[in-house]
Design a protein around this ligand. Structure first.
Ligand code: PHE
Length: 454
């Protein structure tokens, strides 16, 4: 066994600190905002099924691989890949994998922060009582008024970026992951309340059918790619966030067990969000494929009619902001650690620079919803393109190379030592998945989406 490295940024105080932080990273806008709207756009049940299969055979094995690489490398993803490649006698080109992660994190945060800004805006809207007795039309107009106003979007985006950079500047292992301990269960309870409300609408069965009854005629190569991309996005995989969190994990933590916990919690939150939202969609005659505004056009209707709707609405959006916050810090952490480790910057300076660049890039997303809403490339706005490029291309590619590295480039001895799975069969299954199944799945889905496999 080689001498275990230590991260210069220290370690998690315990196994639980890691689980909380990684769950904080995984559970975010991806589960509550993105999962329902892409499910709606891609026809429901069959899409959900493909997504669940991707979580099981691609997401979970890659999460284990990514934590393993991080813990063995103990540096930012670029240096970690460099160090591990050297250890395995491989080319330094593997550092590119780290690079693509750092860049993907930047790009994702630039739009993630704009959407988190919508959630922030909705905390105050919910508090003001404007949702009470609202109609689908009225609530829809409230949403388009917000996205149509670049100044307001910019203000909320700015506030959210400042919130993110303050936490990152203090070091990720500061306070936020402790807060996750209370906030995640609270979010869970609120989602249950919303599902309870959805049950009282007369479209609950219709909503459940939409979510869970697969109709494969509604699915295309492109929607399979979107489902797979989302499995990466929702578990924060393929860009080094989980790798960097893994670099602070103590040696005696079981990677397999923690991965199951994180992936399980993440999937449950997404499914609950879907169960809360689709009955409301159908009960109000809304379009499941309404796009990125879906939760903002549906949940306010529930808050407007249920008892205690103002309090529940305010709490819900506050928790959504926290969920986004604990994800956003992990999106920028790889870039910040890279600036600190390779460019000798202080953490403060590294945060200021990366925050400013991300904030500026966010303008593109803001304008996609107003000034540039008609500017399209391949039928997509700037925001759509950014989302497609990162979630559906960069993350799965990152994941593919993580799988290839851990199962082909790295020695069996090294991965067995680092994963330390007690059960022989468990390890063999993991290795089989990352060696063959995951890479093939990603490649087939890519080829299928570009229409090579008709
Ligand atoms: N997993 C987060 C979510 O679901 C988003 C994310 C992606 C965070 C990639 C970090 C890295 O909202």
């Amino acid at each position: 066994m080689s001498e275990p490295r230590k991260s210069i940024h220290g370690q998690w105080s315990s196994r639980w600190a890691f689980i909380l932080a990684a769950t904080g990273s995984a559970v975010g806008l991806g589960n509550i905002w993105k999962f329902p709207y892409i499910t709606g756009e891609n026809g429901g049940g069959a899409f959900v099924l493909v997504y669940l299969v991707c979580i099981a055979i691609v997401g979970i094995p890659i999460m284990m691989a990514e934590i393993m690489l991080g813990r063995r490398g103990r540096q930012n993803p670029i240096n970690t890949m460099g160090a591990l490649a050297r250890e395995a006698g491989q080319s330094q080109l593997w550092r590119l994998l780290g690079w693509s992660g750092v860049i993907a994190g930047f790009l994702i945060l630039s739009y993630y922060s704009v959407i988190a800004g919508w959630a922030l805006a909705y905390v105050f809207r919910a508090a003001s009582g404007v949702f009470i007795g609202g109609t689908a039309e009225g609530v829809g107009k409230l949403f388009s008024d917000l996205t149509g106003d670049p100044e307001r979007l910019l203000a909320w985006h700015t506030i959210f970026m400042i919130m993110t950079m303050i936490v990152v500047a203090r070091g990720v292992r500061g306070g936020l992951e402790k807060a996750v301990r209370f906030l995640m269960p609270a979010l869970f309870v609120l989602l249950l309340i919303l599902v309870g409300y959805a049950m009282t609408t007369d479209a609950f069965a219709q909503g459940m059918n939409f979510l869970f009854k697969p109709d494969f005629s509604k699915i295309s190569g492109n929607s399979i790619l979107i489902a797979m991309g989302h499995a990466f996005f929702t578990l924060s995989l393929g860009m080094g966030a989980i790798m960097i969190y893994g670099s602070y994990v103590p040696r005696d933590t079981s990677i397999a067990k923690t991965t199951f916990l994180i992936a399980g919690a993440d999937t449950l939150v997404a499914l609950l969000a879907g169960m809360a939202i689709f009955p409301i969609v159908f009960a109000n005659g809304l379009e499941p494929g309404a796009g990125p505004g879906l939760i903002f056009k549906t949940l306010p209707l529930a808050f407007g009619y249920m008892k205690g709707g103002i309090v529940i609405g305010v709490l819900f959006f506050i928790l959504l902001v926290f969920a986004a916050w604990s994800s956003s810090i992990s999106l920028i952490e790889p870039a910040v650690t890279w600036l600190v480790e390779n460019h000798g910057m202080t953490r403060m300076r590294a945060c200021a620079w990366s925050g400013i660049v991300t904030w500026l890039m966010g303008l593109g997303t803001i304008f996609s919803f107003n000034y540039w809403s008609e500017v399209k490339l391949w039928g997509k706005t700037f925001f759509d393109l950014l989302d497609y490029l990162t979630a559906n291309i960069m993350l799965p590619l990152g994941g593919l190379f993580i799988a290839l590295f851990s199962a082909w480039a790295m020695s069996r001895v090294a991965s067995a030592d680092e994963l330390n799975i007690r059960n022989e069969w468990g390890y063999a299954l993991w290795r089989f998945l990352v060696r063959f199944v995951t890479p093939l799945a990603v490649i087939i889905v890519f080829l299928n989406a570009i229409g090579v496999m008709k």
